[in-house]
Design a binder for this molecule. Sequence first.
Ligand SMILES: [Zn+2]
Ligand SMILES: [Zn+2]
Length: 67
Amino acid sequence: MTFTAKYSGRCAADCGDPIAPGDAVEYVDDQLVHEGCLPAPVVERAPRPVCPECFTETAVNGACSCP
Ligand SMILES: [Zn+2]
Ligand SMILES: [Zn+2]
């Protein structure tokens, strides 16, 4: 549902245009965008490397299940 922006802000779609009061805007996935803009997709978590020894995904600190 579009409505008229009351405040200036930033478009979550990264379209480069700031939202200005009076612009037609809407919420998409709880993110404020211009009417017709789509927010940038959430970047999925990159899979972690798998240890070639124990075949578990290594943790952020590189730890795995190896003894
Ligand atoms: Zn926009
Ligand atoms: Zn391992």
